[in-house]
Write a protein that binds this ligand. Structure first.
Ligand code: CUA
Length: 334
């Protein structure tokens, strides 16, 4: 145990430095600026701690035991050098705090002064999922998706952020700092990725029972792949050709599913819950709670409250054959 603990702590520190949800593994200029700041603060604090420990060690080494047993009362002459050391330390502390504050301010300004242009998306935080709208001035070129954001690599994506219920916080650590999503107040934040990849984001403000399962994926991809994805999202849901999936579509439209969800191209057009037009093209369902698969879809529909207790998705009473058809239909919505 005594030997295991340092190894465990070391491994924890090292593994938390990398990965697809780490502020210490920046993949864009904004996250890089923040990571630089984190490391600068860390090294300054380590240096100050080391100097403080050194001063303490020197003080302990030079301590003279009192012969009378009474505390030693130093003469004013004796105290003067110590006074000088303490006032220098106070002065240095003030300078360091002001310098770190100024650097923090400069970093923040640099991030806020991102150039105009790029694409704009609207992200709406709900308990406990993310609605993502790609809006376009051209009619028919807008669409809505959920819990997954695609961005072109190396380009700026401006996120206009709002909440519909409580305060949430939008955070993709590899790409940006936290930004609160507040009801009735739009806030802006920018996503820029220098490297293609999938970056996990997470709600970073406690927002109720399923706060921990309010994740999203940001997929940064080359321009062409992004354009192809965007084009594919504009299409309505694929019309099922086989009888099983046709039955699934009918179940979806007749059951309460259609009173909350939209599937473009069907009669389901409600906006309460995630848009499922291309649900099978996403890598997760239920805001990161389950990886996308037919098994996950079946489990989620059959018992959402066990997977995400408190979630606003109600239990839908469907017969086993209807559930199979429903899953087959949804699984085909690429
Ligand atoms: Cu939304 Cu925490």
């Amino acid at each position: 145990m005594r030997r295991g603990l340092p190894i465990l702590l070391g491994a924890t520190v090292l593994t938390s430095c990398g990965g697809r949800q780490s502020a210490l593994d920046p993949a864009g200029p904004h996250a890089q600026a923040l990571a630089d700041l984190i490391w600068l603060f860390t090294w300054v604090c380590i240096a100050i701690w080391a100097l403080t420990m050194l001063a303490l060690a020197i003080a302990l080494a030079r301590r003279r035991p009192s012969s009378t047993g009474e505390p030693h009362a130093p003469a004013p002459d004796e105290e003067r050098p110590y006074l000088r050391v303490v006032s220098t330390a106070v002065g240095l502390t003030t300078v360091i705090i002001l310098a770190l504050t100024a650097l923090s301010y400069v970093s923040h300004r640099g991030i806020a002064d991102a150039p105009q242009g790029g694409i704009t998306i609207r992200v709406i935080a709900h308990q406990w999922w993310w609605e993502v709208r790609y809006e376009d001035a051209v009619a028919g070129h807008s669409f809505t998706t959920a819990n997954e954001i695609h961005i072109p690599v190396g380009e700026l994506t401006r996120v206009s952020l709002v909440s519909t219920d409580v305060i949430h916080s939008f955070w993709v650590p590899n790409l940006m700092g936290k930004q609160d999503a507040i009801t009735g107040h739009d806030s802006q934040v920018d996503l820029i990725a220098d490297k293609a990849g999938t970056y996990r984001g997470q709600c970073a403000e406690f927002c109720g029972l399923q706060h921990a399962q309010m994740a999203l994926q940001v997929i940064a991809e080359p321009r062409d792949a992004f354009a192809a994805w965007r084009q594919s999202q504009l299409a309505p849901a694929a019309e099922p050709s086989d009888p099983e999936r046709q039955k699934g579509k009918a179940v979806f439209e007749s059951q309460p599913c259609s009173t909350c969800h939209t599937i473009r191209g069907t009669s389901a057009a409600a906006k309460v819950a995630p848009d499922l037009t291309h649900v099978a093209g996403r890598s997760y369902i239920a805001a990161g709670a389950l990886p996308m698969s037919s098994g996950s879809l079946a489990a989620w529909i059959a018992d959402p409250q066990t997977i995400k207790p408190g979630v606003h998705m109600p239990l839908t009473m469907v017969e086993p054959d209807e559930l199979n058809a429903l899953v087959a239909y949804l699984d085909g919505l690429k």
